[in-house]
Design a binder for this molecule. Structure first.
Ligand SMILES: [Ca+2]
Ligand SMILES: [Ca+2]
Length: 187
């Protein structure tokens, strides 16, 4: 398990919800009784990246894009959206630290929070994030080499390549690993 060292005050302040703050307070109470205990990441299995100000996790089981979207939302986060080069760098590093997702049909990429909008036959596809921004509006729009290629004509869902963290279009209904994000201080 990865362990973060942060101050106890900060542990409470960083907790985004009342429930999380209460949980942080109870962790602090335990730590004060046992000063040698290290502080685990405040979100179970989410890892905080302080440079970016978000927590991330890669669930152990793969899902379709829709399942991934729903699962991230179910625990208060969202499918990862890259908003800067710094965030790209952080997520790229995370993808390469975490163990392989066992049932993924393509271990070399992970679903992310963007997809192609329905477009008229023959017109160029437009990719939007789950917050309805273009990739450039979101802050990171660098595609992997020769992507988006719409292979098999049905690659409407966004993924990030593990080998460089860049963007790729992929099938939506295959089972791939995915990355959830929670902002520490929601906008
Ligand atoms: Ca983000
Ligand atoms: Ca592709």
């Amino acid at each position: 398990m990865r362990v973060k060292l942060i101050t106890l005050d900060r542990l409470i302040k960083l907790s985004p919800t009342l429930t999380a703050r209460n949980r942080a307070r109870s962790i602090v109470r335990i730590i004060l009784r046992q000063p040698s205990v290290l502080v685990p990441s405040i979100h179970t299995r989410y890892q905080l990246n302080r440079n970016v100000g978000s927590c991330y996790k890669i669930p152990k089981r793969a899902g379709t894009w829709n399942q991934a979207y729903a699962q991230c939302r179910a625990d208060g986060g969202h499918l990862v959206v890259l908003n800067s080069q710094a965030e790209h760098d952080a997520v790229f590093a995370l993808m390469n630290i975490e163990p392989k997702v066992e049932n993924s049909q393509a271990w070399w990429y992970f679903y992310a929070g963007f997809r192609a909008e329905n477009s008229e036959e023959g017109s160029p596809r437009v990719f939007k994030t789950i917050f309805n921004e273009t990739l450039d509006e979101a802050g990171y729009g660098t595609w992997a080499e020769n992507e988006p290629n719409n292979f098999m004509k049905h690659e409407d869902c966004g993924t990030l390549f593990k080998n460089d963290g860049k963007l790729n279009d992929a099938l939506c209904n295959h089972l791939y690993g995915y990355i959830c994000e929670k902002e520490v201080a929601p906008k």
